[in-house]
Design a protein. Structure first.
Length: 188
């Protein structure tokens, strides 16, 4: 949610949302992560923020571990959150990650050697933000050093990026998929 270009707040870190309590200078786009962690005061703040943003034509993006109807929140806030679009976000499988990385490589006109994505998926952190950043770094590095993309070049980029997982994970290892899902709730 931090990448959504909105004023970001994590209810785990600030369960009262005290910095959003004032109606003065309300941002047009607000993202609140982990709404299930809101305190009673934070729920009131989010309810009021929801109404202010709706009146001002703003946008509220929230996330939770469950859909709004299953959250232990004030009834008025729960129904407000449930009135918007609700999406269940499921982590990508390794094959879906590979497909997304291939599409990004194609869009950047990168020619990856056979096995490069397998190598990357086994040796780098598996979140898509990190994997895409490595792919962009690989593109930039190959252009700056005027080198074709090869497995040794990928190893250099991983080493230079500080991704130490490459040194400790054997080639055949595959970390378990994260079974967690998130629910994204959007209004207006």
């Amino acid at each position: 949610m931090r990448a959504c270009a909105a004023d970001y707040h994590d209810a785990v870190a600030t369960p009262d949302l005290a910095n959003l309590a004032s109606s003065d200078d309300t941002p047009r786009r607000v993202a609140v992560d982990n709404v299930e962690a809101l305190s009673s005061a934070g729920q009131i703040v989010l309810f009021n923020l929801f109404n202010r943003l709706r009146m001002a034509g703003g946008c509220l993006l929230t996330s939770a571990s469950e859909p709004p109807q299953r959250l232990s929140l004030r009834e008025d806030l729960r129904t407000r959150l449930g009135s918007g679009l609700v999406y269940r976000l499921i982590p990508l499988s390794d094959e879906e990650k590979r497909t997304a990385l291939e599409a990004q490589a194609t869009a950047r006109a990168l020619s990856l050697p056979p096995g490069a994505l397998d190598y990357l998926l086994v040796r780098a952190r598996r979140d898509m933000r990190h994997l895409m950043a490595i792919l962009m770094a690989l593109d930039r590095y190959s252009l700056e050093h005027k080198r074709l993309i090869t497995l040794p070049l990928l190893r250099e980029v991983l080493r230079d990026s500080g991704d130490r997982r490459q040194e400790t994970v054997p080639l055949a290892a595959s970390p378990p998929e994260n079974p967690d899902t998130r629910h994204l709730i959007s209004d207006t």
